[in-house]
Write a protein that binds this ligand. Structure first.
Ligand code: PLP
Length: 439
């Protein structure tokens, strides 16, 4: 047995992998990485078009972040959550600066951030219900999973009480049967009707992903957020912006909602906050909410809240974004990516729609452009999607696909040449799918 096979076997024998039927797993043995590439135990180099779980924004092994982690480890590895530390304060100040909000509560990841955001919204408003969207993912803990509209919530149902779901700004398959010409922004106006039916006095918050990620990368119309913000203000409802996936440069700004000129009341983040170098999430709250907790108990805590090594990694990671002009690079390369995806939509019969904001993008695949029949059913797969994934794997391109969609979300530091190489491999796969679909 090769050394790599032994590692995989030990992982398989003694650990459980997430979101998997264990006997169908074929984990890759990762041995190292540099920038947008990682290496496997069989000596292959993979180009990562998924930035791992859309979190490795600055790529593997950035020396500045490694150095900051090492420095903090030598200085002080752990301080309990009731202690003040240098990196915790520095990070809180930086997050207030880049979001325009006031104070941060630190967690270990995105799900915990959303759990605490919902709790804070309930404490602050004295109301119970949280409105979320069907095509959404907010994490895998019980409350965050219930808040998600994604089918991954089905096994935990009925979950926590008080979640009310609404439809999404999904223009390619508008849930209201509208086209851009006939649209009256029913994706927002129906939310007002839901608020009326539920009782405005009972709704603490509307929680939405800045730009929906793992449920199809739904880029909203430009006036969606201003309208949603106005709706929240009208009824005294808090707007919770889950930027776990779409934040921290993924779309070329600190928060995806900053493209639309609005300010949420609460922002949750994780992933790109440290680029995955250390586990960390944050709930960032407005001045009003921060003031509320000056005289009210914050009923919440985590042993590892404000972990000094995680905070030091985040401070260094955010500095890399600024010093290396990463967001400007994302905006520039994002235009190139959008143009190439549009060309694929024109060229391949199986590409029904493409959606792109910065380096956050998806191809939605269909059997037939006219009928828009998905290449795989909702919550399912198909031989053609298997063919596509198999081809990418054979060319050592690591990319995330789900149902009838393929995501292109590389590390934000990817070069144009690397991006073009991966896109060329995707084009090879699309040509094969088109071939397979021929009558
Ligand atoms: N929110 C969004 C939008 C996400 O995409 C994710 C994870 O993919 C989460 C929350 C959960 O984050 P975590 O896996 O760090 O708990």
């Amino acid at each position: 047995m090769s050394d790599s096979s032994r590692v995989v076997q030990e992982n398989r024998d003694y650990t459980l992998f997430s979101w998997s039927v264990q006997n169908q797993l074929q984990p890759i043995h990762m041995t190292g990485g540099r920038g947008s590439h990682f290496f496997d135990g069989d000596g292959n180099t993979w180009l990562d078009f998924s930035a791992q779980l859309i979190n490795l924004n600055i790529g593997h092994q950035h020396p500045q972040v490694l150095e900051a982690i090492k420095r903090q480890v030598d200085q002080l590895c752990f301080a309990g959550p009731s202690f003040a530390t240098e990196p915790r304060g520095q990070l809180g100040r930086k997050l207030a600066e880049v979001t325009g909000l006031a104070k941060s509560f630190f967690t270990l990841g995105g799900a915990e951030a959303n759990e605490n955001a919902m709790k804070i919204a309930r404490l602050y408003t004295g109301r119970d219900k949280i409105i979320t969207r069907y095509r959404s993912y907010h994490g895998a803990t019980m409350g965050a999973m219930t808040a998600s509209g994604d089918p991954r919530r089905w096994p935990v149902e009925p979950g926590i009480p008080g979640i009310v779901r609404v439809f999404d700004p999904y223009c390619y398959r508008c849930p209201f049967g509208k086209t851009p010409d006939s649209c009256g922004r029913e994706c927002v106006t129906h939310i007002e009707e839901v608020i009326q039916m539920e009782g405005p006095h009972s709704i603490a918050a509307i929680m939405v992903e800045g730009i929906t990620g793992s449920n199809g990368l739904l880029v909203p119309p430009d006036d969606y957020y201003p309208r949603l913000r106005a709706l929240c203000d009208k009824y005294g409802i808090l707007l919770i912006d889950d930027e776990v996936m779409s934040g921290f440069g993924r779309t070329g700004t600190w928060l995806a909602t900053q493209h639309y000129g609005i300010k949420p009341d609460i922002v949750t983040c994780a992933k790109g906050l440290t680029s995955g170098y250390m586990p960390l999430g944050a709930v960032i709250v407005s001045e009003d909410i921060a003031q509320f907790f000056e005289s009210h108990m914050l009923f919440g805590g985590l042993t590892y809240s404000g972990h000094p090594v995680s905070c030091a990694a985040a401070v260094a990671n955010l500095a890399v974004y600024e010093q290396e002009n990463v967001f400007a690079h994302v905006l520039e390369l994002g235009e190139h990516l959008a143009a190439r995806l549009e060309a694929m939509r024109a060229r391949y019969a199986c590409v029904g729609d493409v959606r792109c904001k910065g380096l956050f993008s998806v191809l939605e695949l269909v059997r037939d452009k006219a009928s828009k029949e998905p290449l795989a059913p909702f919550n399912g797969s198909s031989p053609e999607m298997g063919l596509l994934a198999g081809h990418l794997k054979s060319r050592h391109l690591y990319a995330f696909s789900r149902f009838n969609m393929l995501w292109v979300c590389p590390p934000l530091v990817i070069t144009r040449e690397e991006l073009d190489h991966g896109l060329n491999v995707i084009e090879e796969a699309l040509a094969r799918v088109d071939q397979a679909l021929l009558p």
